[in-house]
Design a protein around this ligand. Structure first.
Ligand code: PEP
Ligand code: MN
Length: 259
């Protein structure tokens, strides 16, 4: 079991981490975070450093967004998870984040993983879209063997011959990784599918397969989002999903983690 700000992953209660792909400005982030908090979501996500496929795409607010992110998280008492893309960001981010996300493109960045191993801050480690299970487990070992055992694995979809969807969510990964490792395994059905209408069925399947938590991109205005709007859920859509998620979880004697 790994805890992020007292919220356990790998227990009978299953946390849904939600928030926008990118923190865009104060109004956007505060508005989404406020609604998510009211919904009982226990942990907030929001990207500051975005590694985008195209250099012309929005790259995130970067350091300019740190204060805004810290304020929203503190004022709402809402623990924040954000991606770290460079070891030089660790010190400043660690002042206000509850957990670090390592994105799919950085799973093989062993220098970053070793540095995160020198902290005690939980690490949500995403599977590279090209990684085997062993490669993901070895990447986790870089953090754990350096002294930080607070690692959560995340299946977020892989690249396959199927090009009709952004990624192919690999359902096998969940029971396989849980069988081979003691680390909690969460699912990201947003990047795993790439389309809003696919997020709910994929997320429900992931819970049925035993996922210890979910990471779901949520936006107040998906059409105008600066990144990943096509896969974002509105808070209303998330709320209706949560009811179905509770139904699936009760089959295995589990329940949604609420605030
Ligand atoms: C994200 O969570 O917004 C993200 C960039 O994820 P990934 O690294 O899995 O693409
Ligand atoms: Mn995203």
């Amino acid at each position: 079991m790994v805890e992020i700000s007292g919220v356990p992953f790998g227990d009978k209660t299953v946390p849904v981490v939600a928030g926008p792909c990118s923190i865009e400005n104060k109004d956007q982030f505060l508005s989404i975070a406020t609604e998510l908090k009211e919904l009982g979501i226990p942990l907030l996500r929001g990207g500051l450093h975005k590694l985008r496929t195209k250099p012309g795409s929005f790259q995130g607010l970067g350091e300019d967004g740190y204060m805004l992110a810290a304020e929203v998280s503190k004022n709402l008492n809402f623990p924040l998870i954000t991606e770290v893309t460079d070891p030089r960001q660790i010190e400043a981010l660690s002042k206000f984040v509850a957990a670090f996300q390592v994105g799919t493109r950085n799973m093989y960045n062993y220098d970053l993983l070793k540095e995160l191993g020198n902290t005690k801050i939980p690490v949500l480690l995403k599977r590279a879209f090209s990684a085997t299970y062993s490669e993901l487990l070895n990447a986790a070992e870089y953090v754990v063997s350096n002294g930080n055992s607070n690692v959560i694995l995340c299946e977020r979809g892989i690249r396959t011959f199927v090009t009709d969807t952004r990624n192919t969510f690999d359902i096998n990964a969940i029971p396989f990784l849980k069988n081979r490792s003691h680390l909690p395994v969460v699912a990201d059905p947003s990047h795993g599918s790439g389309e809003t209408y696919l997020v709910e069925p994929v997320a429900l399947a992931a819970l049925a397969a035993g996922a210890d938590g979910l990471l779901i991109e949520t936006h107040n205005d998906p059409k105008n989002a600066l990144s990943d709007g096509q896969q974002a859920l509105t808070v209303k859509q998330l709320s209706s999903f949560l009811e179905k998620a509770q139904g699936i979880l009760s089959v295995s004697g589990r329940s949604l983690a609420k605030l």
